[in-house]
Ligand binder design. Structure first.
Ligand SMILES: CC(C)(COP(=O)(O)OP(=O)(O)OC[C@H]1O[C@@H](n2cnc3c(N)ncnc32)[C@H](O)[C@@H]1OP(=O)(O)O)[C@@H](O)C(=O)NCCC(=O)NCCS
Length: 230
């Protein structure tokens, strides 16, 4: 469908316009390559596992002790991706980073709250990949009807705190010494970002499948692209 729309548009415009149009559809230039923001698929599980692994093996960023395999990542994606999006920022040949949201807690009154996570490949950090992923993720979560997003950050992690505060999260509390990893008890700080003005009687959030049918979905999905630093 997308290819058909692009082709049609190209026929109606000049060559220069066509290139700009194609770029707008496909993504944004990143160095000399095109990059886009899209929903993750099972084919991304290997790259996601590779990006995530150092946060397990070489740091206390993740409280996991063993890096999940590709099939375990795929299982996690399947488990949560109908509830809230998993996004990747990727070129045609490489995943640069990923972000996703999951339930904050299972009990029904928590249904408007999610937790968010973001990981960027070591070679692509500080190029606003994190900012771009979060901008699109939060636009999609707003469209679904979620109200609040949280991030739990094992401390210290100046990069993650920097990103979350740069996009508007505020620290709401710290669980002192809540985990033990790499020879020390670790604190986890919790940051919160309201996604919309709170109202009484909120409608239940839409599933990803239902929200994908909304007219604003595609626009929200790529809205973070303009933030990328080439
Ligand atoms: C944290 C992380 C996701 C940030 O992603 P990123 O793409 O490098 O960040 P961005 O380039 O989008 O940075 C956006 C803002 O965050 C802040 N920031 C990012 N990295 C920072 C750092 N190392 N120190 C301080 N501030 C930082 C800056 O304010 C930056 O704004 P700027 O672009 O105007 O300078 C990335 O460093 C990462 O994957 N780290 C390892 C895994 C991790 O800690 N994930 C978070 C789990 S809670």
């Amino acid at each position: 469908m997308v290819v058909a729309s692009v082709s049609l548009h190209i026929l109606e415009t000049t060559a220069t316009d066509s290139l700009a149009c194609l770029e707008a559809w496909l993504g944004r230039r990143y160095g000399c390559r095109m990059v886009t923001l899209r929903l993750a698929t099972a084919d991304d599980a290997r790259a996601i596992a590779d990006i995530y692994a150092p946060s397990v093996t070489d740091a206390s960023t993740s409280f996991e002790l063993t890096p999940p395999t590709e099939s375990e990542i795929e299982r996690r994606m399947t488990l949560t991706a109908s509830h809230a999006p998993w996004l990747v920022c990727a070129t045609t040949s490489e995943v640069l980073g990923f972000a996703y949201a999951s339930r904050h807690r299972d009990r029904a009154a928590y249904q408007w709250s999610v937790d968010a996570s973001v990981y960027v490949s070591a070679g692509h950090q500080r190029r606003r990949v994190g900012r771009a992923l979060y901008a699109s993720l939060f636009a999609l979560l707003r469209l679904q009807g979620f109200y609040t997003v949280h991030a739990g950050i094992a401390l210290p992690n100046p990069g993650s705190v920097g990103l979350h505060e740069a996009v508007g999260f505020r620290l709401i509390g710290v669980y002192p010494a809540v985990g033990y990893k790499r020879g020390a008890w670790r604190d986890v700080g919790w940051w919160q970002l309201p996604l919309r003005e709170r109202v009484g009687d909120p409608a239940p959030p839409l599933s990803v499948a239902d929200a994908r049918a909304l007219p604003g979905w595609e626009e929200a999905l790529v809205c973070g692209l303009h933030l990328l630093r080439p």
